[in-house]
Structure formats: C-alpha cells, structure tokens
Ligand binder design. Structure first.
Ligand SMILES: NC(=O)c1ccc[n+]([C@@H]2O[C@H](COP(=O)([O-])OP(=O)(O)OC[C@H]3O[C@@H](n4cnc5c(N)ncnc54)[C@H](OP(=O)(O)O)[C@@H]3O)[C@@H](O)[C@H]2O)c1
Length: 358
C-alpha cells in the first residue's frame, strides 16, 4: 500500500519510501482529494489515522533501518531502529490492531430493508463500528437470522421490525421501535425492469412510493430529533442510474432522480445542525437483486444466467461484481465522525463502470 498525500508531499521528502518497506501494504490510496488521512511521517496524529486502516501493520527491523536512513525530518531523522519498532508497537496498541475508529460506537441506527444485500452490508458495517441497530425487512425468518448473526459477530443490540417499509403502516411501526436514532439508512427493493411502453401511471406511483416518498417520509420524521441533538447521519441507497440511466430501469431512474433532487436541497438546509445527508449509488453488486436482473437478461436473450453475469462483469473495469461488505464499509464511513464535511454528495460505487471524469 502506498498512502500518498499530495498536499504533504514536501514533508514526505526523504520519507517517500516509508511504506515501500512494509510488505503487508498492498493497496494504493491517493489522498490528494479524499477526506482520509495523511501518512506523512511528520505528524503522529496523521500516522495514527492512516494506520488505523491497516489491521496488520508491521515495521520490522529491516524496514525500520531503511526508514531511519531515509527520513530527513528533524523529529524522525537518525532515530534508532528501536524507536521505529516502539512507535509501531504503540500505534498498534492504541489501535488495538482493529480497523479505523469511526467514532460512532454506541450510536443507534435504523437500517431499512436490511435482511439481505446492500442494506445488510450497511447494517453489518455499522455494527462492526459499535452501532446498535434496528433492522427491517418483510420476511421475518430471514430478518431474524440476520439479526442473530449480527448480534453474535459484533455484540451490539439488534431489534427487528418485520414490515413493508414502503407502506405508511410499515414506516410507522419501524419508527415506533427506532425512536430517535442517530443514523438512518434508507433502502427498499428496486422497481422491476421493462420498456418505456410497459409502464402505466400506477407503476410510476408504486416506484415513487418505494424509492422516493418512503425515504422522504423517514427523513422528515427523523430530522427534528437529529437536529435537536446536533448530530445525525442519513444515507440513502439509490443507484448508479442516477448518474447514467439504465434504459430498462425507467421506473428506478425516475423515482431515484426525484429523491436525489430532494436530498440536494434538504442536505444544505440541515447541515448547520450537524446532520449530513448523502446518497450512495451502487453499481452492480452481487446480491439477490442482481441475480434476478441477470435472470431477466438471460431469459430475454436466450442465454444462460452465467453468460449474462459474465457479460455484465466483463463491462466493469474491476472485472467483477461489488460485494455487500465493500458497500457497507463505504456506508459506515459516510456515517462516521470523519465524514462531517460531506454534505449532499452522490457517491458512486461501481468498480469504474460509468466512464466519466466527474
Ligand atoms: N445490487 C445491485 O447491484 C444494485 C444496483 C443498483 C441499485 N440497487 C438498489 O439497491 C437496493 C437494494 O438492492 P439489493 O441488491 O441489496 O437487493 P436484495 O439483495 O434483493 O435485498 C433487498 C433487501 O431489502 C428487503 N426489502 C425489499 N423490499 C422491501 C420492503 N418493501 N420493505 C422492507 N424490506 C424490503 C429485502 O427483504 P424482504 O424481501 O424480506 O423484504 C432484502 O432484505 C434496491 O433498491 C436496488 O434496486 C442495487
């Protein structure tokens, strides 16, 4: 992994290979325009932040010798190997060898439509960060299984509400149990695919109800308590179709564009009260929803589901579908203390599928 921060490049002079010597670091992050952390050997606070992403960092003596020779900053230059090893031990002790501290331990979250797929990914990642949950889906059995799994793995409180989140009755039941959560994740099933000529007014109304008016109602219901507390996070799961339309998903394109417009204005109105609202735009992720869409493509084109899936994955630069864990991690970051300055953004998670500069 090379953690690079353009703004602190001068400080890195002489320390530029700081991380080359750590074999565990494999990924490349560019920090020039991301609100993450610098790994500049200039500032221990920054190192701590950067290293908190790395569960298994090791600075072995060879690496330490190398770093000592290269680092020219007055605080670090000429330090002994013992210094570097002690520093790495202190960092690991502070971090407990765990993932980055998102600063939301013991917060509470309502995660809608979360027994499976992307909603579940968000619930799991929040639970991993120490957040207590209310999760929801229509099928009680799957919902309870997911709740049990999350409780066992992450030792947080998980309440369940089996209800159709797109109905007013379902929304009221979920809100009754959730009370005044600190975090709201809006999600629901997506509308069916089709042709422009297939859809009647009733189809549009159903899509608007599920993917626009339901999240808006939940946002409206929970904003007052978040604003009163001076802290809140709202993340809406929308779709890459907001950025680039998917022709067969006309109902989804329309409903999600409506929600996106609402969020763009509302996020600015509530930001002064410590509440952020952002949207996560999934590209293709390996969930039941995508299995269903692959099946529809296979049927329409007379090919196998495997062929349809391989074709779809082949069109993604990363060469595969995303996972619910990757999606959940991005969601948890948006809900973290570190994302307080991200307001009204549409964050695309698509493996590079949409070919656009911005
Ligand atoms: N996966 C992708 O690649 C992708 C890409 C772009 C957009 N999206 C959108 O992201 C959202 C989530 O997709 P997914 O792939 O995670 O779907 P999924 O795997 O089918 O999971 C959907 C989850 O939501 C629950 N759910 C569905 N309708 C609900 C309702 N009316 N009330 C309460 N819970 C409900 C389901 O449980 P029950 O069935 O038991 O209710 C399940 O837990 C959808 O809107 C989808 O269109 C997904």
């Amino acid at each position: 992994m090379l953690l690079n921060n353009a703004s602190s490049a001068p400080r890195l002079a002489g320390c530029e290979h700081f991380l080359d010597v750590i074999p565990e670091l494999k990924i490349i992050f560019s920090f020039s325009n991301l609100p993450f952390y610098s790994v500049s050997a200039y500032h221990l606070g920054n190192i701590r932040g950067a290293l908190s992403w790395l569960p298994s960092i090791k600075i072995e003596s060879e690496g330490a010798r190398f770093i000592s020779k290269r680092c020219k900053h007055e605080f670090y230059s000429g330090r002994s190997i013992d210094f570097w090893i002690s520093l790495s031990i202190v960092i690991r002790k502070i971090l407990g060898n765990k993932n980055m501290d998102l600063g939301i331990t013991n917060k509470t979250a309502l995660v809608c439509a979360s027994s499976k797929g992307l909603g579940r990914g968000c619930a799991e990642a929040l639970a991993e960060a120490g957040v207590h949950l209310v999760i929801n889906a229509r099928d009680r059995k799957a919902l309870n299984e997911t709740a049990d799994s999350i409780r066992t793995r992450f030792n947080v409180r998980v309440q369940t509400v089996a209800a159709d989140i797109t109905s007013l009755e379902g929304q009221n039941r979920v809100l009754d149990v959730a009370g005044s959560p600190d975090i709201l994740i809006n999600n629901a099933g997506g509308p069916p695919p089709g042709m422009w000529s297939d859809w009647e007014k009733s189809d549009f109304l159903a899509a608007l109800e599920a993917n626009m008016l339901t999240p808006i109602n939940l946002i409206k219901s929970l904003l007052p308590s978040m604003m009163e507390k001076g802290w809140g996070r709202i993340v809406n799961i929308t779709s890459q179709s907001v950025k680039a339309p998917i022709a067969v998903l006309g109902l989804s394109n329309a409903a999600r564009a409506g929600l996106t417009g609402y969020v763009a204005g509302t996020a600015r109105q509530v930001a002064p009260h410590g509440v952020t609202i952002n949207n996560l735009l999934p590209g293709v992720h390996a969930t039941d929803r995508i299995k269903y869409l692959d099946l529809e493509v296979a049927k329409a084109r007379g090919i196998t589901v495997q062929e349809a899936a391989a074709e779809r994955a082949g069109a993604i630069p990363v060469g595969r579908y995303g996972t619910r864990q990757e999606f959940g991690a991005a969601c948890a970051f948006l809900c973290s203390q570190h994302a307080s300055f991200m307001v009204g953004q549409n964050v695309l998670l698509d493996g590079g599928a949409i070919n656009a500069t911005l």
